[in-house]
Design a protein around this ligand. Structure first.
Ligand code: ZN
Ligand code: ZN
Length: 201
């Protein structure tokens, strides 16, 4: 047998073999088993259906037995008027309400049962994120109700709270600036006993 014929025969054999292999592999064998398992995207915080624009950063894909896919929308992320003082959804007459996105603690969260206050994140209108401690006995809305706002001397209370908010925001901004820019930051050094910047490497 000459070289050319040899090569041509090998080719023929190869083609015939591959053709048979493909015949024996029906394409159905590559499909996912459709045994009642469905995939759905949920909010990782609440495990419920994500709200567009609110849960975008914490989406996760999960498998569910058919029929158990959550049907409720996320109840952890909140968008609307937020009380800057309490970091709760704002009451109608609240003097500190700002538009923003709020991440509420699920009521069953252990932090709510163990400590007197919980830390909540608030996304400020300027894009910065603040962590503010919120009393444990949180209600659905902030305490700046009509009753609160019409009590005698409320101006003084509101002014005091406004100062507290400003101080908290400034402390937050300073902490963030210090964290993101360890050197040359305009923020004062953190009040720790550490002397100077230590680099790990
Ligand atoms: Zn969510
Ligand atoms: Zn309020």
């Amino acid at each position: 047998m000459r070289k050319g014929e040899e090569r041509s025969l090998a080719k023929k054999l190869w083609r015939a073999t591959m053709a048979r292999i493909h015949e024996e592999l029906p394409s159905a064998s590559f499909q996912m088993p459709s045994s009642g398992i469905v995939q759905a995207t949920v909010c990782a915080r609440s495990g419920k259906l994500p709200i567009a624009g609110l849960c975008d950063g914490v989406l996760k894909s999960e498998y569910f037995a058919e029929g158990t896919v959550p049907t409720e929308s996320c109840d952890v992320h909140y968008q609307g008027m937020i009380c800057q003082y309490t970091n709760l959804p704002a009451s109608e007459p609240c003097p500190f309400k700002v538009g923003g996105v709020l991440e509420l603690m699920p009521i069953e969260h252990p932090a709510l049962q163990q400590s007197a206050s919980v830390t909540q994140q608030i996304t400020n209108p300027d894009g910065t994120v603040s962590n503010i401690a919120v009393p444990q006995n949180q209600t659905n809305t902030c305490p700046h109700t009509i009753e609160f706002m019409t009590q005698p001397g409320v101006e003084g209370i509101v002014e005091q709270q406004r100062l507290e908010i400003e101080a908290a925001i400034q402390a937050q901004a300073a902490a963030q600036a210090a964290a993101s820019q360890p050197e040359g930051a305009p923020a004062p050094p953190p009040p720790t006993t550490a002397t100077g910047q230590r680099s790990k490497n």
